[in-house]
Design a protein around this ligand. Structure first.
Ligand code: AMP
Length: 114
């Protein structure tokens, strides 16, 4: 999508601090980190919200979690603990309408989330 900021990052037309990528997914550091490690994992394909995921995307969503697992290991937070979150729609705090898995760690995470 031409007006989607995460599509532009995936296309390389705007910069990001990329930490991981393969043919289908990309991960980069969040511009406004909420934890010492805060990385966003996105599919290169545009999917606006989790409501728009279809059965055909099952392997792609799995790849996002495999990327998160690898990133957590690389960032040294796999054993101490980390949180993976996908916000869906404005009521959950979604502000960028291209799905992204937040990977947060490096500090104690509280529950329930705000
Ligand atoms: P959400 O509120 O769940 O939609 O998360 C969107 C996230 O994207 C926020 O944590 C923002 O800080 C982050 N963000 C927005 N634009 C950029 C960007 N250009 N590069 C990196 N992170 C971004």
């Amino acid at each position: 999508m031409t007006d989607c900021i995460f599509c532009k990052i995936a296309a390389g037309t705007i910069p990001a601090n990329i930490v991981y990528q393969n043919d289908d997914v990309l991960a980069f550091r969040d511009l406004n980190p909420q934890a010492p490690t805060h990385i966003l994992v996105i599919p290169k394909k545009h999917i606006a919200t989790t409501n728009d995921i279809t059965a055909k995307d099952a392997a792609l969503i799995g790849q996002m979690y495999l990327a998160a697992k690898q990133i957590a290991k690389d960032e040294g937070i796999a054993e101490s603990g980390y949180r993976t979150v996908m916000n869906c729609n404005r009521g959950a705090g979604q502000t960028v309408f291209h799905i992204h898995l937040h990977v947060l760690g490096g500090r104690q995470m509280n529950w329930p989330p705000g």
